[in-house]
Design a protein around this ligand. Structure first.
Ligand code: SAH
Length: 382
């Protein structure tokens, strides 16, 4: 058996699981049982699915089916409670997934309930944890301030590998949605809209199977305009965040070369046409780079760009890292930038950096593992 290539159950839809059980001569309702075991109970092995007859569990194993959760290869714990997981897949490739026990304020004011949980008094140390999920191994978008970009793209993650990261973290944290409230942000390694089908399938499985409502999920894109349009037409979809990061085309092309393909006019036009649901707001992300894109003039340009949009702006002061030629602005500059926007009536929030001491903050994932000796980081073994 160990030499046989295993096929993952995680990542298959209810329909696909139903076909699978029927092919094995089982009644169709066993498809639902499998679906609930994989996504709802998050079993690690098919043998653990107690609702299935023993013999069918054996058949699944013989046919080479396994649940297919990623392996937690490493785990780093930050002083602020953030946990960075290195998740390893069958082919040896790995990505990072980050657990933030109190979120990072990225959900604040986006018109959903995600940022305003009143669910305390549960005895937990958190009441609105956020999991930051990766969508690709590395990234093909060449943002100059991002460490993941330095890796290049190795491959897309499958839907199962995207869902698997969430299931593995939930298991490790002993957390069970929907009773436990969890937000998801697709803001880890990779550009979700360059792996659109797998990302969307994962989002649907996470909503239907794992029990995390799509209104508690946010996907962030560097600005893949045709996919923003497709995304707006999805019947079930997370909320949308757009990484703006610059206030004019010249600057944006310098910082995010993808701006040559889809410039600000195209991007903002897609943002304006994006069909928001009742009370929903678009999130516009803006990484502040000291004396590059963080002047009062830049802020005024951002005000003009977002005018007429039902949006809020999230400011992220650069998380520095090896190989990144930008500096983090002083807090005073960040506050001044925010002031220009709020004064103009644009709701603007500053995202708290989480897990900086373990390089888990935005743009810092994975790459640092190759550079920072793992022994220098507070690690607990998986
Ligand atoms: N590819 C997607 C999602 C991953 S990046 C996107 O570009 O949106 C998630 C967020 O982290 C983006 O808003 C990105 O601009 C930001 N980011 C990247 N590198 C960063 C860094 N070094 N410091 C702070 N934020 C960073």
């Amino acid at each position: 058996m160990s030499t046989q290539k295993q096929t993952a159950l995680i990542g298959l839809s209810l329909q696909e699981l139903t076909s699978l059980v029927e092919e094995s001569g089982q009644p169709y309702y066993r498809g639902r049982q499998l679906f609930e075991a994989v996504y709802g109970q998050r079993v690690e092995a098919a043998e653990q699915i107690s609702t299935l007859p023993q013999q069918f569990r054996a058949t699944l194993a013989q046919r080479g089916f396994a649940v297919g959760l990623p392996e937690i290869e490493k785990k780093f714990v930050s002083q602020d409670g953030t946990i960075r997981y290195l998740m390893k897949f069958d082919d040896g490739q790995s990505v990072e997934t980050v657990w933030m026990p109190e979120g990072d304020d990225g959900e604040a004011g986006d018109g959903s309930e995600a940022g305003s949980d009143a669910d305390s008094g549960t005895g937990r140390r958190w009441d609105r944890a956020t999991i930051c999920v990766s969508s690709q191994v590395g990234c093909a978008v060449d943002c100059q301030f991002c460490l993941t970009a330095l890796l290049g793209v190795k491959r897309n993650l499958s839907a199962g590998e995207i869902v698997g990261q969430v299931c593995a973290v939930l298991k490790d944290r002993k957390v069970a949605p929907p009773q436990d409230r969890v937000n998801l942000v697709f803001m880890g390694m990779g550009e979700p809209f360059l792996n659109y089908e797998n990302f969307m399938k994962a989002a649907r499985l996470l909503a239907e199977g794992v029990g995390i409502p799509e209104s508690r999920m946010t996907v962030s894109t560097a600005g893949i305009v045709p996919r923003i349009i497709d995304f707006g037409a999805e019947p079930v979809r997370p909320k949308l965040a757009i990484s703006l990061n610059a206030s004019n085309d010249e600057l944006r092309t310098r910082l995010m070369p993808i701006n040559r393909k889809w410039n600000l006019e195209k991007l903002m036009s897609a943002a304006r046409d994006f069909p928001l649901r009742a009370r929903e707001k678009l999130t516009v992300e803006y990484v502040l780079l000291d004396e590059v894109n963080d002047s009062a003039q830049n802020a005024r340009e951002v005000v003009e760009l977002v005018r007429g949009l039902r949006a809020k702006v999230n400011l992220i002061a650069l998380n520095p890292g090896p190989g990144i030629d930008f500096r983090t602005p002083a807090e005073k500059r960040v506050l001044e930038f925010q002031k220009v926007l709020t004064t103009a009536g644009v709701p603007t929030f500053i995202r708290r950096p989480r897990g900086r001491d373990i390089y888990a903050a935005c743009g810092q994932l994975k790459r640092t593992l190759e550079i920072a000796p793992a022994s220098a980081l507070p690690q607990i073994s998986a």
